[in-house]
Design a protein around this ligand. Structure first.
Ligand code: AMP
Ligand code: GLY
Length: 414
């Protein structure tokens, strides 16, 4: 397992509960270290990762974050004849470049927001005027979920575009998509596509979807309000056409195609693709997966998904609450002591996944990043899962930390 976030902890947690595996992670985090042996490696170096995987004699490498995928780490691992879950650098452009993703969607006939690539302030201003408010301006590159500004203020939209140009980048200006957002993860070996359970993420920092965009403040699954045929529709209209288009253009996509969708009045439209498991959605989706995750990932990595029996899901609902450090999503305050994890983990149906954590010489757990923990609650329905997740979150102490109080609230009370 490559990576160090709560997503990677969720993946390792799922693999660990199957039993029978020897698990390794690089670099991992203190929580992952309780389940897997930790190693250091340069995540940007394909040869270094391939060498580590060869030395450890692993059966499968799973790449968590997007950056190593865009850097071609999966290509290097596969070149060493080691199965690897994750797309090639070429296929990872679906996340690495918003303009590339738009072009693939156009070629595959996939519904998405109309968009214009802008390289200069005047091009950006013209596009903003054309689409009107609310304005959507995206940095055309990897930005850890923070490169997008959605605003009613023309000045704020222009300022974000200018900041991207000043940093040497380009932007994509988009039509605003109205409607609830859904994340659907699709596992593919390049040919066969297997959807996981849909989830919903909370991107804004504050309750009631206020405040700035973040990497994700919480998630839940299943979605009781979603149309029953949503997964089938997204599979047929989005995931399969994109996987076929990528294969047709000589960039076969193997790994996880994360379809970020807005359910508009004109049907589901793609907001974004990611080329890896989402964070924090993985924390809730994998909590509910009853099929062994290792079988699914290995089948995708070895081109054998068609042979895999249908996925089995737990009847339970899952809610994940992200505990963020003071000042996140700005520069987070780090180095504070975290306590109460044992108490949270002792609550039935609750476990805590770690992200931005580290251990000091005294063995104390400290905050070390913006998103510090995800508290996962499982229960027979969303209301019960929510209650457990929030009981867990209330048991954790971290000075100055904050979390949203409304994760899954509307869905649980509907
Ligand atoms: P992205 O990095 O493209 O996923 O965008 C981050 C977030 O910005 C999304 O999850 C949405 O909440 C919002 N967003 C992005 N594009 C649009 C759009 N065209 N219309 C409305 N909201 C958007
Ligand atoms: N949940 C948003 C992301 O993983 O990018």
């Amino acid at each position: 397992m490559l990576g160090s976030g709560a997503r990677e902890h969720a993946i390792v947690h799922a693999l660990h509960r199957e039993g029978g595996h020897e698990l390794f992670a690089a670099p991992g985090n203190p929580g992952i270290g309780q389940l897997a042996q930790l190693h250091r490696v340069d995540l940007a170096s394909g040869p270094a990762v391939a060498y580590l995987a060869w030395r450890l004699r692993v059966d499968l490498v799973v790449i968590g974050p997007e950056a190593p995928l865009v850097d071609g780490v999966a290509d290097a691992v596969r070149a060493a004849h080691i199965p690897c879950f994750g797309p090639s650098a070429a296929a990872a452009q679906l996340e690495g470049s918003k303009a590339f993703a738009k072009e693939v969607m156009r070629a595959a006939g996939v519904p998405t927001a109309e968009a214009v690539a802008a390289r200069t302030p005047s091009e950006a201003a013209a596009a903003l005027e054309r689409f009107g408010a609310p304005y959507v301006v995206k940095n055309d590159g990897l930005a850890a979920g923070k490169g997008v500004v959605v605003t009613d203020s023309f000045e704020a939209a222009v300022a974000h575009a200018q900041a991207c140009f000043d940093a040497g980048g380009t932007v994509v200006v988009e039509e605003f998509l109205d409607g609830p957002e859904v994340s659907l993860f699709c596992v593919t070996d390049g040919t066969t596509v297997v959807p996981l359970a849909p989830a919903q993420d909370y991107k804004r920092a504050l309750d009631g979807d206020q405040g700035p965009n973040t990497g994700g403040m919480g998630a839940y699954s299943p979605l009781p309000w979603a149309p029953a045929d949503l997964t089938d529709q997204v599979l047929a209209e989005v995931a399969v056409p994109v996987v076929q288009q990528m294969a047709a253009q000589g960039n076969p996509f193997q790994g996880l195609l994360y379809c970020g969708l807005a359910l508009t009045s004109k049907g589901p439209k793609v907001v974004e693709f990611n080329v890896r498991f989402g964070d924090p959605e993985s924390q809730v989706v994998l909590a509910r997966l009853a099929t062994p995750l290792s079988a699914l990932l290995l089948a995708a990595a070895t081109g054998r998904l068609a042979e895999l029996p249908s996925l089995v899901w737990s009847e339970d609902a899952a809610v994940g609450v992200v505990i963020a450090a003071r000042n996140y999503p700005g520069t987070p305050v780090i180095g504070d002591v975290i306590s109460g994890l044992e108490a949270a983990n002792a609550i039935p149906g609750v476990y805590v996944l770690q992200a931005g954590t580290t251990v000091n010489q005294e063995g104390e757990l400290l905050s070390a990043g913006g998103r510090v923990l995800t508290v996962v609650g499982l229960g027979p329905n969303l209301a019960a899962a929510r209650e457990r997740a929030y009981a867990g979150a209330a048991s954790v102490q971290l000075q100055g930390s904050h979390y949203r109080k409304d994760i899954a609230l509307a869905a649980a009370s509907a």
